[in-house]
Design a protein around this ligand. Structure first.
Ligand SMILES: Cc1cc2nc3c(=O)[nH]c(=O)nc-3n(C[C@H](O)[C@H](O)[C@H](O)COP(=O)(O)O)c2cc1C
Length: 189
Protein backbone atom coordinates (compact mmCIF):
# COMPACT_ATOMS: atom_id res chain seq x y z
CA UNK A 1 0.00 0.00 0.00
CA UNK A 2 2.78 2.43 0.88
CA UNK A 3 5.33 1.52 -1.79
CA UNK A 4 6.88 4.58 -3.30
CA UNK A 5 5.93 7.49 -1.12
CA UNK A 6 7.14 7.35 2.49
CA UNK A 7 4.97 8.43 5.38
CA UNK A 8 6.01 11.75 6.88
CA UNK A 9 5.66 11.77 10.67
CA UNK A 10 7.27 14.76 12.40
CA UNK A 11 7.77 14.89 16.17
CA UNK A 12 6.64 18.13 17.83
CA UNK A 13 8.56 19.05 20.97
CA UNK A 14 5.92 20.80 23.04
CA UNK A 15 7.87 23.11 25.32
CA UNK A 16 10.39 25.91 25.07
CA UNK A 17 11.43 25.70 28.74
CA UNK A 18 15.15 26.12 29.38
CA UNK A 19 16.62 22.83 30.54
CA UNK A 20 13.62 20.87 29.30
CA UNK A 21 13.94 17.10 29.75
CA UNK A 22 11.34 16.58 27.05
CA UNK A 23 14.06 17.30 24.52
CA UNK A 24 15.71 13.96 25.37
CA UNK A 25 12.39 12.14 24.97
CA UNK A 26 11.70 13.89 21.66
CA UNK A 27 15.15 13.07 20.30
CA UNK A 28 14.81 9.43 21.34
CA UNK A 29 11.40 9.02 19.68
CA UNK A 30 12.58 10.82 16.53
CA UNK A 31 15.58 8.49 16.37
CA UNK A 32 13.43 5.37 16.75
CA UNK A 33 10.97 6.67 14.17
CA UNK A 34 13.78 7.31 11.71
CA UNK A 35 14.63 3.58 11.88
CA UNK A 36 11.14 2.59 10.72
CA UNK A 37 10.95 1.49 7.10
CA UNK A 38 9.02 3.81 4.82
CA UNK A 39 8.93 6.70 7.29
CA UNK A 40 10.49 10.16 7.13
CA UNK A 41 10.64 12.17 10.31
CA UNK A 42 12.16 15.24 11.89
CA UNK A 43 11.98 17.09 15.16
CA UNK A 44 9.92 20.28 15.17
CA UNK A 45 11.02 22.37 18.15
CA UNK A 46 8.32 24.87 19.08
CA UNK A 47 11.00 27.02 20.74
CA UNK A 48 12.24 27.78 17.24
CA UNK A 49 8.87 28.92 15.90
CA UNK A 50 8.73 32.70 16.20
CA UNK A 51 4.98 33.02 16.75
CA UNK A 52 3.72 36.33 18.17
CA UNK A 53 1.87 36.19 21.48
CA UNK A 54 -0.32 39.22 20.95
CA UNK A 55 -2.62 37.29 18.64
CA UNK A 56 -3.78 33.69 18.29
CA UNK A 57 -5.11 31.09 15.91
CA UNK A 58 -4.73 31.02 12.17
CA UNK A 59 -3.97 34.77 12.15
CA UNK A 60 -0.43 33.87 13.25
CA UNK A 61 0.03 30.81 11.04
CA UNK A 62 3.72 30.13 10.42
CA UNK A 63 4.23 29.15 6.77
CA UNK A 64 6.90 26.57 7.45
CA UNK A 65 5.08 24.89 10.36
CA UNK A 66 1.85 24.90 8.36
CA UNK A 67 3.60 23.27 5.38
CA UNK A 68 5.07 20.54 7.59
CA UNK A 69 1.78 19.73 9.25
CA UNK A 70 0.07 19.80 5.87
CA UNK A 71 2.59 17.30 4.51
CA UNK A 72 2.38 15.10 7.61
CA UNK A 73 0.52 11.79 7.63
CA UNK A 74 0.75 11.65 11.40
CA UNK A 75 2.18 13.65 14.28
CA UNK A 76 3.95 12.69 17.47
CA UNK A 77 3.45 15.30 20.18
CA UNK A 78 5.87 15.28 23.10
CA UNK A 79 3.98 16.91 25.94
CA UNK A 80 5.52 17.71 29.31
CA UNK A 81 3.15 17.87 32.26
CA UNK A 82 2.87 21.36 33.71
CA UNK A 83 0.49 21.65 36.69
CA UNK A 84 -1.45 18.61 35.47
CA UNK A 85 -1.90 20.15 32.02
CA UNK A 86 0.03 20.66 28.80
CA UNK A 87 2.25 23.62 28.06
CA UNK A 88 0.58 26.86 27.07
CA UNK A 89 3.03 27.40 24.24
CA UNK A 90 2.21 24.00 22.75
CA UNK A 91 -1.47 24.96 22.59
CA UNK A 92 -0.58 28.35 21.11
CA UNK A 93 1.40 26.66 18.34
CA UNK A 94 -1.21 23.96 17.67
CA UNK A 95 -3.94 26.60 17.43
CA UNK A 96 -2.12 28.27 14.53
CA UNK A 97 -3.26 25.56 12.10
CA UNK A 98 -6.60 23.90 11.46
CA UNK A 99 -7.37 22.15 8.20
CA UNK A 100 -3.76 20.90 8.07
CA UNK A 101 -4.59 18.35 10.81
CA UNK A 102 -7.79 16.84 9.52
CA UNK A 103 -7.97 13.02 9.26
CA UNK A 104 -4.37 12.55 10.35
CA UNK A 105 -3.10 10.33 13.12
CA UNK A 106 -1.53 11.58 16.34
CA UNK A 107 0.34 9.84 19.12
CA UNK A 108 1.21 11.59 22.37
CA UNK A 109 4.32 11.14 24.50
CA UNK A 110 3.90 12.37 28.08
CA UNK A 111 6.87 13.54 30.13
CA UNK A 112 6.84 14.29 33.86
CA UNK A 113 9.10 14.62 36.84
CA UNK A 114 6.43 12.85 38.87
CA UNK A 115 5.46 9.17 38.73
CA UNK A 116 2.54 9.35 36.28
CA UNK A 117 4.41 9.91 33.03
CA UNK A 118 2.48 12.97 31.94
CA UNK A 119 -0.86 11.12 31.80
CA UNK A 120 -2.76 14.18 32.98
CA UNK A 121 -1.15 16.26 30.27
CA UNK A 122 -2.14 13.62 27.70
CA UNK A 123 -5.71 13.29 28.97
CA UNK A 124 -6.12 17.06 28.76
CA UNK A 125 -4.77 17.13 25.21
CA UNK A 126 -7.21 14.51 23.92
CA UNK A 127 -10.24 16.82 23.50
CA UNK A 128 -7.98 19.35 21.78
CA UNK A 129 -6.80 16.69 19.34
CA UNK A 130 -10.40 15.79 18.53
CA UNK A 131 -11.36 19.40 17.87
CA UNK A 132 -8.39 19.77 15.51
CA UNK A 133 -9.57 16.77 13.48
CA UNK A 134 -6.67 14.57 14.51
CA UNK A 135 -7.26 10.87 15.18
CA UNK A 136 -5.68 9.67 18.43
CA UNK A 137 -4.22 6.21 18.85
CA UNK A 138 -4.72 4.06 21.94
CA UNK A 139 -1.05 3.78 22.86
CA UNK A 140 0.93 6.53 24.57
CA UNK A 141 4.51 6.64 25.81
CA UNK A 142 4.85 7.84 29.40
CA UNK A 143 8.22 9.05 30.63
CA UNK A 144 7.80 8.95 34.43
CA UNK A 145 10.40 10.50 36.76
CA UNK A 146 12.13 11.51 33.55
CA UNK A 147 15.19 12.76 35.39
CA UNK A 148 15.99 9.09 36.07
CA UNK A 149 15.28 7.89 32.54
CA UNK A 150 17.94 9.99 30.81
CA UNK A 151 21.49 10.88 31.76
CA UNK A 152 22.52 14.53 31.60
CA UNK A 153 23.88 14.04 28.10
CA UNK A 154 20.48 12.69 26.99
CA UNK A 155 21.48 9.04 26.76
CA UNK A 156 18.77 6.55 27.70
CA UNK A 157 19.24 4.85 31.09
CA UNK A 158 16.21 2.55 30.95
CA UNK A 159 16.13 0.31 27.88
CA UNK A 160 12.55 -0.79 28.63
CA UNK A 161 11.40 2.39 26.92
CA UNK A 162 12.57 1.13 23.53
CA UNK A 163 9.95 -1.65 23.46
CA UNK A 164 7.22 0.76 24.57
CA UNK A 165 8.19 3.22 21.85
CA UNK A 166 8.20 0.42 19.27
CA UNK A 167 4.63 -0.63 20.15
CA UNK A 168 3.48 2.98 20.10
CA UNK A 169 5.09 3.66 16.71
CA UNK A 170 3.73 0.45 15.19
CA UNK A 171 0.22 1.53 16.09
CA UNK A 172 0.80 5.10 14.90
CA UNK A 173 2.18 3.94 11.55
CA UNK A 174 -0.79 1.60 11.05
CA UNK A 175 -3.17 4.47 11.75
CA UNK A 176 -1.19 6.82 9.50
CA UNK A 177 -1.38 4.35 6.59
CA UNK A 178 -5.07 3.73 7.17
CA UNK A 179 -5.93 7.41 7.27
CA UNK A 180 -3.80 8.19 4.22
CA UNK A 181 -5.73 5.54 2.34
CA UNK A 182 -8.98 7.09 3.55
CA UNK A 183 -7.97 10.66 2.64
CA UNK A 184 -6.84 9.62 -0.82
CA UNK A 185 -9.37 6.94 -1.71
CA UNK A 186 -12.60 7.42 0.20
CA UNK A 187 -14.84 10.40 -0.58
CA UNK A 188 -16.34 12.15 2.42
CA UNK A 189 -19.90 12.19 1.11
C1 LIG B 1 5.35 25.03 35.37
C2 LIG B 1 5.67 23.59 35.67
C3 LIG B 1 4.71 22.78 36.19
C4 LIG B 1 4.97 21.43 36.45
N1 LIG B 1 3.96 20.62 36.89
C5 LIG B 1 4.20 19.30 37.04
C6 LIG B 1 3.14 18.41 37.38
O1 LIG B 1 2.00 18.79 37.52
N2 LIG B 1 3.42 17.09 37.51
C7 LIG B 1 4.69 16.61 37.33
O2 LIG B 1 4.89 15.38 37.45
N3 LIG B 1 5.71 17.42 36.98
C8 LIG B 1 5.49 18.74 36.82
N4 LIG B 1 6.50 19.57 36.41
C9 LIG B 1 7.82 19.01 36.14
C10 LIG B 1 7.92 18.59 34.66
O3 LIG B 1 7.03 17.57 34.38
C11 LIG B 1 9.36 18.20 34.41
O4 LIG B 1 10.13 19.38 34.29
C12 LIG B 1 9.58 17.26 33.25
O5 LIG B 1 10.96 17.17 33.04
C13 LIG B 1 8.90 17.64 31.94
O6 LIG B 1 9.03 18.99 31.63
P1 LIG B 1 10.31 19.64 30.86
O7 LIG B 1 10.37 19.04 29.49
O8 LIG B 1 10.03 21.10 30.84
O9 LIG B 1 11.52 19.28 31.67
C14 LIG B 1 6.26 20.92 36.18
C15 LIG B 1 7.24 21.76 35.64
C16 LIG B 1 6.95 23.08 35.37
C17 LIG B 1 8.01 23.95 34.75
Amino acid sequence: MEQGRPLYIPVILGTSRMGRMSLHAARLVTGELSKCAGVETELIDIAKLPLPTNDAGEAIKHADFSARVNRADALVIVSPEYNHGYSGLLKHVLDSCLKEYIHKAVGIVGVSAGPFGGVRSIENLLPVMRELGLVTIFWDVNFSTVQKVFAEDGSLLDEAYLRRIEKFLNELIWMAKTLRHGREQIPLN
